[in-house]
Ligand binder design. Structure first.
Ligand SMILES: *[C@@H]1O[C@H](CO)[C@@H](O)[C@H](O)[C@H]1NC(C)=O
Ligand SMILES: *[C@@H]1O[C@H](CO)[C@@H](O)[C@H](O)[C@H]1NC(C)=O
Ligand SMILES: *[C@@H]1O[C@H](CO)[C@@H](O)[C@H](O)[C@H]1NC(C)=O
Length: 250
């Protein structure tokens, strides 16, 4: 008998967590006691809402996603009503799903999606940059939970930002390493951006930077000026010629 009670209590802890008086949500995966459902990008979350409405007439259920009504098929309105989030996308991060009775808005229950995802680091990149040009290397560090550290190395040693005239910025989404005037002796080599996620471990982006000689840029403006001069001379020549021709025809 005692064991039965313990099992019932355990069940309740697991399944009744997101239950208020009338409506309740069962979820897969299960929601925590705080109403958060742990999931990841590309995964599936299914939510089932049930109610104990007294009369059949009042038993229609409404689902909201962040206060916007979720449209339900006809047979899915009177409990149990099921919604499926598949696949989970980035926009579902912190999305709140609420189920309530249509007849009584105050009888509602909610769950929130806690979507975790790793930083999306790219494959190894080979970058060719001209001497004296600007160089920018990017590393995506957007992740949930947030990354715990980002570090850059050049040829396997920690970067001397000052000596290399590097500018390192981090806006929480990307870590950006840049320099305004590339010099082969300072900037050629293999760069590594190492991002540590408390949940997904360590990831590294490798950039191989080749510095090439500065090429002469095509001198566009002097050429345009030259063409303009040639055109004007021609027009003037034709114009003065025209006057002569016109005179001659009189
Ligand atoms: C609506 O639901 C709340 C919460 O369950 C309950 O206290 C209240 O009596 C209900 N109101 C009606 C009109 O049924
Ligand atoms: C969301 O999940 C992460 C990873 O498990 C956890 O660290 C974080 O506390 C969770 N957030 C909430 C609000 O539950
Ligand atoms: C990094 O290593 C490469 C290859 O050994 C070398 O050519 C380059 O000069 C080194 N870069 C720096 C900044 O020391």
């Amino acid at each position: 008998m005692k064991l039965m009670w313990i099992i019932a209590l355990l069940n309740c802890l697991l399944f009744c967590a997101t239950q208020t008086a009338g409506v309740s949500i069962e979820s897969s995966p299960l929601a925590g006691l705080d109403g958060f459902i742990q999931t990841e990008l590309e995964k599936m979350v299914s939510l089932t809402c049930t109610h104990d409405a007294a009369s059949e007439a009042d038993s229609e259920l409404v689902w909201l996603r962040n206060d916007a009504v979720v449209s339900l098929k006809e047979g899915n309105k009177k409990g149990p009503s099921r919604v499926c989030i598949s696949p989970v996308i980035l926009a579902d991060k912190d999305a709140t799903f609420t189920c309530r009775l249509k007849s009584n808005a105050s009888d509602s229950v909610s769950v929130v999606l806690n979507v975790t995802y790793p930083p999306s680091l790219t494959d190894a990149e080979v970058i060719t940059v001209e001497e004296e040009a600007t160089m920018v290397l990017w590393c995506d560090i957007d992740a949930h939970p947030p990354v715990s550290s980002v570090s850059w190395t050049l040829n396997g040693t920690e970067m001397d930002l000052k000596a290399g005239e590097f500018i390192l910025t981090n806006d929480g989404l990307t870590s950006r390493l840049s320099t305004n005037k590339v010099q082969r002796s300072l900037h050629e080599g293999t760069y590594r951006c190492t991002v540590v996620s408390p949940m997904y471990g360590t990831q590294t982006n490798v950039f191989t930077v080749d510095v090439t000689d500065k090429t002469m840029k095509f001198p566009l403006w002097p050429m345009v000026a030259g063409i303009v001069v040639v055109c004007l001379t021609t027009i003037l020549a034709v114009a003065s010629r025209w006057r002569k021709i016109v005179k001659c025809c009189k």
